[in-house]
Design a protein around this ligand. Structure first.
Ligand SMILES: CSC[C@H]1O[C@H](OP(=O)(O)O)[C@H](O)[C@@H]1O
Length: 348
């Protein structure tokens, strides 16, 4: 059973501290929105869908603590709670999707007593968490046919159960392929600088008994050139209307290499990761994180002091490099403006 990184029980949201994996499995407890916001910003919890799930619980905790005489006052304070959570990380659209859904639910129940609205919001956060895992299982079933038996699959960063409400997106497709009886092996890019691949993907796949081999990011091209990789599958943090994909920094590099070696490059993401309001990837905000993530590894300094450092946490892969976008509503190919719009228009 793949891990659920966010678990709620009796007023407490427990999240595994992904900064400490793979060496320590430490679960932190959260009961207020400020704590959840810090957990998202410091990457205790990370991964686009998981960030949305965590933010939903943060909004529910914030709503629970609002003292207001009427709905207008409640809604104004809920807006402030959601703005704090929205300010944590800019790229993953699932964060904003989840917060908008929580505020929409509040408005839909504005005639009810505030106590009932607060209960309803907690239930909505639980719904978002449960739905996400089911969405990933459906997405996995949609994507598994694309994975041939015996495939050697390269993945970048962690788009697994740890990045979601459970089961994973890119790793969910891999899990579904394995569960359908296919034998696969996975090359996991270490994914500098935060090392989601070596610390999280390798841990998660090894824990679940799926063969995984860790490689440095600079090895992917050579392995492709030696004919040792059959396809690539990654997650996404935001997909523009034209199919441009924002994902962990280094994804674009892998996509260019895959194109050079005529390898399929798949993206697996829930519909909530598509942002139809953005015409193309140039409009996707790219988070720049603290330079210490680049200059240090744990407490060990890796570079001299006083030098310039960049740490863009994401990059954008143009749609022309993307072979297919796998979602819970089906697989989009070709002209993504049309094929993504068709998936968005479909009902679940
Ligand atoms: C299932 S989407 C996961 C997505 O999020 C990761 O970014 P981060 O670890 O910084 O939250 C990475 O882009 C993954 O592909």
């Amino acid at each position: 059973m793949s891990i659920k990184p966010i678990q709620y029980h009796d007023g407490i949201c427990r999240m595994i501290d992904q900064r400490l994996l793979p060496t320590e499995e430490v679960w932190l407890e959260y009961t207020d929105y400020q704590g959840v916001a810090e957990a998202i910003q410091t990457m205790v919890v990370r991964g686009a869908p998981a960030i949305g799930v965590a933010a939903a619980f943060g909004a529910a905790f914030g709503a629970r603590d609002i003292a207001a005489d009427d709905f207008a006052g409640f809604a104004a304070q809920l807006e402030k709670v959601c703005s704090v959570l929205a300010a944590t990380r800019p790229t993953a659209v699932n964060l904003f999707w989840a917060l908008e859904r929580m505020q929409r639910i509040a408005k839909e129940h504005c005639q009810q007593p505030l106590a009932e609205i607060k209960e309803r919001l907690l239930q909505e956060a639980l719904n978002i968490a449960a739905e996400d895992e089911q969405i990933n299982r459906t997405m996995g079933a949609n994507g598994a046919p694309l994975i041939a038996d015996g495939s050697r699959i390269l993945t970048h960063c962690n788009a697994g159960a740890l990045a979601t409400g459970g089961y994973g997106t890119a790793l969910g497709v891999i899990r579904a392929a394995v569960e359908s009886g296919k034998k696969v092996m996975v090359y996991a890019d270490e994914t500098r600088p935060f090392l989601q691949g070596s610390r999280l993907t390798a841990w998660e796949l090894h824990r679940d008994g799926i063969p995984v081999t860790l490689i440095c990011d600079n090895m992917a091209g050579a392995l492709m050139n030696q004919g040792k990789i059959d396809c690539v599958i990654v997650g996404a943090d935001r997909i523009a209307a034209n199919g441009d994909v924002a994902n962990k920094i280094g994804t674009y590099t892998v996509a260019v290499l895959a194109k050079e070696h005529n390898l399929p490059f798949y993206v697996a993401a829930p519909i909530s990761t598509i942002d139809p309001a953005l015409a193309d990837g140039s409009m996707i905000p790219i988070e720049e994180r603290d330079e210490a993530e680049v200059t240090h590894c744990a407490k060990t300094r890796l570079a001299p002091e006083g030098i310039g450092v960049r740490n863009p946490a994401f990059d954008v892969t143009p749609a022309r490099l993307v072979s297919a976008i796998i979602t819970e509503r089906g697989v989009a190919r070709g002209d993504y403006r049309t094929s993504l719009a068709e998936l968005l228009a479909k009902q679940d």
